[in-house]
Design a protein around this ligand. Structure first.
Ligand code: SF4
Ligand code: SF4
Length: 152
């Protein structure tokens, strides 16, 4: 089934936008902190990574290491859709998408690797607008400040 067809099925089913259909990964936000894999009660989040040395930004500084994601997979044959992985992720890298039609002929087909999890991001609904008078999100404030250094 193509993603377009899957989205059409969701639209036709008139599902609530926050339905727990499938988990999407925004891998650009993932720091490989492993919290989701550790907290998953079913041990169905599989993460592999390696460390990379990042040179010091300034002369005389110390180089740093950072984790680089090699594999991120969720076994939907084991997942019980509790949402703990999404709740505990400190970096907003996991989201619910309402798409629910991804039956597979074998249990192997229910293991979604990072490319498939990333593709589900296109099915994640846009968040509702903020209530009138609400504070803008901290990351938006930080991004605006970074673009206009020295201004309030
Ligand atoms: S929804 Fe629950 S069971 Fe499924 S991967 Fe996340 S933590 Fe594990
Ligand atoms: S908790 Fe979030 S940032 Fe940490 S490994 Fe899982 S998805 Fe990545």
């Amino acid at each position: 089934m193509s993603l377009e067809h899957a989205l059409e099925v969701v639209r036709q089913a008139s599902l609530p936008p926050r339905s727990r259909g499938v988990i999407a990964l925004l891998e650009e936000n993932c720091t490989v902190c492993m919290l989701c894999a550790r907290e998953c009660p079913d041990w169905c989040v599989h993460i592999e990574s390696h460390q990379e040395v990042v040179p010091a930004p300034q002369h005389g500084g110390r180089p740093r290491t950072r984790n680089v994601l090699d594999r991120f997979a969720i076994d939907f044959g084991l997942c019980m859709y509790c949402g703990i992985c999404i709740e505990v992720c400190p970096f907003d890298a996991l989201f619910w998408a309402p798409q629910y039609e991804y039956a597979a002929a074998s249990t192997d087909g229910l293991v979604h690797e990072r490319e498939q999890l990333r593709a589900w991001m296109w099915a994640v609904p846009v968040p509702p607008p903020l209530a009138a008078g609400a504070e803008p999100p901290a990351e938006v404030v930080a991004a605006v400040r970074a673009e206009r250094p020295g201004q309030p």
